[in-house]
Ligand binder design. Structure first.
Ligand code: ARG
Length: 720
């Protein structure tokens, strides 16, 4: 009997059903030590070296950082690169015009010479990562605060220069656990990246902002690029003579699909998480900062949309900015609603109570002293900062307006022009930088939307900044621009700026730059507005200063937690460095009595179709393929799988990341998270947190059957 029970228990312990999918975004060089055993028990057939190696080709060589803040993966020996449609969006809009509207119609390069270069775009291939904690910490021994930060910078610079191999590589040291550990990352940066293909938005962005952050999902969120390099295989600036890059490793495409509970892992570049923050910080962010931003962005989006709907040229021009604001707006709005904020703050308070209990139980007096001070110190700093938070938030948003952020860039030039004796070299340098920037500024700038946004931000400021913190900021405006209401004064003020300022038109700005004078700036109402906003916000300690002030406390808090949970492996917060997360294909229960299946199909696309709603239009060709059941090799149970779910732990920056099966083959591309887990950057909830993935079979179906881009399919390696 005893033996039977024991066997049963042993089975339970190792059966995949009972292995909890691990939370965590793990550093690849650590998986051998921390994760590979569990990964293998869950169904991974690879060794740690096959995933990360500095000497032999490994999966890490196939996953790249895209400088648009996404991840992409190499899928052919000729440098073909897959990422999300929303990651290629900027490039697709850049190449679009009313006559060539790739946003609406999609784009497919017919041959390699038709692939479109992207000025300024790059992807980084990781050469290696190295734990340099001891090197950095020994350089800053006994230092704290600013001195320590500077010491870290100096020591990092040295390591980076050494690792750059005379400029062949780009190296960067990144801190982990708020500066308890440091890692050096060495990259080869490729600079000739061309757009190869993109589906129309009615596939690549199907469901639009309505479906964004939601499951069930039916979006073909992918686009295709290619990495080019010099004939020597080394990175090179764009040249027609460049050749496709031959990577050390590329991913195979799996058409085998998956089942619930199948092993799935993601390697990519998650941008930022804050999993170890105190409740005080989260409370300030979710209760004050996000609501203020959500309110302002909501009005900005409505203003932009009005102009975009009225004019196709403006629609294309503003599409990229609109999409990124709408995305973050919906994320923040989700986090502050549905009781999510309170639930999260409650959880953090429980963690802190457990921490305090542990501290009180310590017998070592010096440890007890260190750790008992940390939470009260954090609380005090947040309490002191809180009254300055909203004025800073609203003030900074005024500085984020198109014209004011541009005017802000002229402050240096103003200082140079008013400093005796005049430094002509510095001046000319500043002018040439501003001239370059001016081209960028105006390619996607639309003044009427900026003008209306300015008024709405001033309205928000007047309402949102506590009266005793406003100073004369608003009253100056209302007395200079007399009107029946403050709102009317803001309208007049904005009209004045937008008729007179040089910062709202490329011609005026360039005319100024060819004959710059401090006097012109001194009377430019746009410049004065930016100055006024800076003078206002700089009365208050900035959130950067707060971050600096609490950094040591946060580091100590994490160290304490790690000591408290000795033996538990900790992963550092995401910081745009390569990470691996592993888990399973998984369904979920979003709320009472509701169950969500783990995959969607082309039938679901047709169910959502609404020709009267731009977000839910289905292209005719896709419809025809569906009706004819012309699914090629990409069908599953008489349908085409479109998207699926895993319980992998990802965040923004992972967009475009390959989702891999136990053999390291591509199952799909991660492109979103679900609304029920929007606080996922602060915590991982295994019951609710899901990664939304576009199924590679849908991607291949669109490339092959919809676009007829057989030449691309032919260069990939497909596993059936
Ligand atoms: N929510 C996704 C992310 O943050 C972006 C999705 C883009 N799609 C869209 N409809 N805006 O990675």
């Amino acid at each position: 009997m005893k033996k039977i029970i024991l066997t049963f228990l042993t089975l339970l312990a190792i059966s995949p059903e009972f292995l909890k999918a691990d939370e965590g975004m793990w550093l690849l060089s650590k998986i051998k030590e921390y994760n590979i055993q569990t990964m293998q028990m869950l169904g991974c057939n690879l060794t740690a070296e096959e995933i990360y190696s500095e000497t032999n080709p490994s999966l890490k060589d196939a996953i790249v950082w895209f400088d648009n803040g996404c991840t992409a993966e190499l899928v052919s020996s000729d440098g073909l690169l897959l990422t999300n449609h929303h990651c290629g969006y900027g490039s697709i809009t850049d190449h679009s015009s009313v006559d060539h509207d790739y946003l609406t119609d999609g784009f497919w390069a017919a041959s390699r010479k038709d692939e479109l270069p992207n000025v300024g775009m790059s992807v980084s291939v990781l050469v290696k990562m190295e734990d340099v904690t001891q090197k950095i910490l020994s350089a800053v021994k006994g230092m704290d605060g600013q001195a320590r930060e500077q010491g870290v910078m100096k020591a990092s610079k040295e390591l980076e220069t050494n690792a750059s191999n005379g400029g062949a590589y780009t190296a960067t040291v990144k801190e982990m656990f708020r500066g308890a550990e440091y890692y050096l990352f060495v990259y080869e940066v490729f600079k000739d990246i061309r757009l190869v293909g993109a589906p129309p938005s009615s596939i690549g962005k199907f469901g639009g902002d309505t479906d964004n952050w939601m499951w069930p999902r039916h979006t073909g969120d992918f686009s295709i690029f290619r990495v080019y390099c010099g004939k020597d295989g080394k990175p090179a600036e764009y040249s027609a003579d460049n050749v496709p890059y031959h990577p050390k490793k590329f991913l195979k495409i799996s058409l085998k699909g998956y089942d619930k509970n199948d092993f799935a892992m993601i390697i990519g570049y998650p941008g930022r998480t804050n999993r170890y923050l105190s409740s005080y910080s989260i409370e300030l962010t979710l209760k004050e900062t996000f609501p203020a931003l959500v309110g302002m962005w909501e009005s900005k989006l409505a203003i932009m949309k009005k102009y975009m709907d009225a004019d196709d040229k403006i629609r294309i021009q503003l599409a990229d900015e609109y999409a990124s604001i709408a995305n973050v707006w919906k994320l923040y709005k989700g986090q502050i609603g549905y009781g999510m904020a309170d639930a999260l703050i409650g959880k953090k308070q429980n963690e802190e109570a457990a921490f305090t209990k542990w501290v009180n139980s310590l017998s070592n007096d010096s440890l007890k002293k260190t750790y008992s001070a940390v939470l009260p110190a954090l609380k005090k700093k947040y309490d002191e900062f809180r009254p300055n938070n909203l004025p800073t938030i609203y003030g900074n948003q005024l500085l984020s307006l198109g014209f004011s952020s541009y005017a802000y860039r002229f402050m240096d030039l103003h200082t140079i022009l008013t400093t005796e004796p005049l430094d002509a070299t510095k001046r000319d340098d500043a002018i040439s930088k501003l001239k370059n920037y001016t081209t960028d500024q105006f390619t996607k700038y639309f003044a009427p939307a900026d003008q209306e946004t300015m008024v709405s931000y001033l309205d928000a400021f007047a309402k949102g900044v506590p009266a005793d913190k406003q100073g004369t900021f608003i009253s100056d405006i209302t007395s200079n621009y007399k009107a029946a209401t403050p709102h009317e004064s803001f309208v007049k003020y904005a009209a004045d700026i937008f008729t007179k300022s040089i910062f709202i038109s490329a011609e005026k700005a360039n005319a100024f730059l060819s004959k710059p004078s401090a006097k012109t700036l001194d009377k430019d109402p746009g410049f004065l507005f930016a100055q006024k906003a800076i003078v206002f916000t700089s009365q208050f300690p900035s959130s950067m200063q707060l971050a600096g002030a609490v950094k040591t406390d946060n580091r100590t808090y994490i160290q304490g937690m790690r000591m408290m949970n000795e033996g538990k492996a900790y992963y550092p917060d995401a910081n745009s460095t390569m990470r691996l997360t592993y888990g399973k294909v998984m369904d979920y229960y979003p709320r009472d009595a509701v169950y969500y299946n783990w995959y969607t199909t082309l039938t679901g696309v047709m169910q959502k179709e609404d020709p009267g709603n731009e977000e839910f239009i289905v292209p005719k060709k896709l419809h025809d393929l569906y009706t004819a059941k012309d699914f090629g090799d990409y069908a599953y149970k008489g349908d085409v799988p479109v998207a699926f779910l895993t319980d992998n732990d990802i965040t923004g920056g992972n967009s475009g990341s390959g989702v891999l099966n136990g053999n390291g083959e591509l199952l799909g591309l991660a492109f979103d998270g679900n609304s029920e887990a929007m606080t996922g950057d602060f915590e991982y909830d295994p019951l609710l947190k899901r990664t939304i993935v576009v199924d590679i079979r849908y991607v291949m179906f669109i490339i092959d059957k919809y676009a007829g881009a057989k030449r691309l399919i032919d260069e990939m390696t497909i596993v059936k």
